[in-house]
Ligand binder design. Structure first.
Ligand code: MD3
Ligand code: FE
Length: 200
């Protein structure tokens, strides 16, 4: 399948079938009792509107001391392993033989958003980041490697996969809004985004 290339962001529309989306969602949910969703607090002390958890060797974590990867959930548990159904997507689009260390799980309710930011808490930016969208449509904003670069926006739908490699790996990006109730994948609407990363 040939992706759409938006400034180096490779967008695979509808890469994941409805059946596979449901399987991925079930597999992710199976890990949540061990590692429940929580609302991270930014370094500025503001609660994020997105709820998060992770799977893999590391989970992404934020509090007043800053952003970092942690080997355990704040409740003291190991993070669940990354489901095979999710690893298969990484293998099909990442272009690397290395497995991801972290699958960050972001849950967006109706008013949740994510401000423009760079992902730079990882050690080696030569590995791509892969994003899997599940549930409601989201307006994804893409910029350049400088915060002041002009941005453009694209809607992401359930089953879409985005690969950020090369120059896009350090590009600013964010989620401006969710078109709530546009997908029937999640019982109570909303959106789940999975991002797969190599951490160290
Ligand atoms: C571009 N998540 O968790 S995924 C994040 O939809 C994050 O939840 C958004 O940004 C979401 O950090 C956007 C697309 C994405 C993920 C990682 C990237 C774009 C990226 C890393 C580098 C560049
Ligand atoms: Fe990000």
């Amino acid at each position: 399948m040939k992706p759409l290339n938006l400034r180096g962001f490779l967008i695979y529309k509808s890469l994941i079938s409805a059946q596979d989306q449901a399987e991925i969602l079930d597999d992710i949910r199976a890990g949540l009792p061990q590692a429940p969703m929580f609302s991270p607090v930014t370094a500025w002390g503001k609660p994020m509107s997105v709820q998060m958890s992770s799977a893999g060797r590391y989970g992404w974590y934020s509090d007043r001391s800053g952003y970092r990867y942690e080997p355990k959930h704040p409740n003291g548990n190991d993070w669940p392993t990354i489901p095979q159904s999710v690893l298969r997507i990484w293998e099909s689009v990442s272009g690397t033989d290395r497995q991801p260390d972290c699958c960050l799980i972001n849950h967006y309710r109706e008013k949740a958003r994510m401000g423009l930011h760079q992902d730079n808490d990882e050690q080696d930016f030569t590995y791509p980041v892969v994003s899997i969208s599940l549930g409601d449509d989201a307006l994804f904003r893409i910029g350049g490697t400088d915060r002041k670069d002009k941005t453009e926006s694209v809607w992401l739908a359930s089953g879409d996969v985005v690969v950020m490699g090369g120059d896009a790996r350090l590009a600013y990006h964010g989620i401006d809004r969710i078109r709530f109730g546009t997908s029937t994948l999640l019982k109570n609407a909303g959106r789940i985004n999975l991002t797969l990363r190599v951490v160290d």
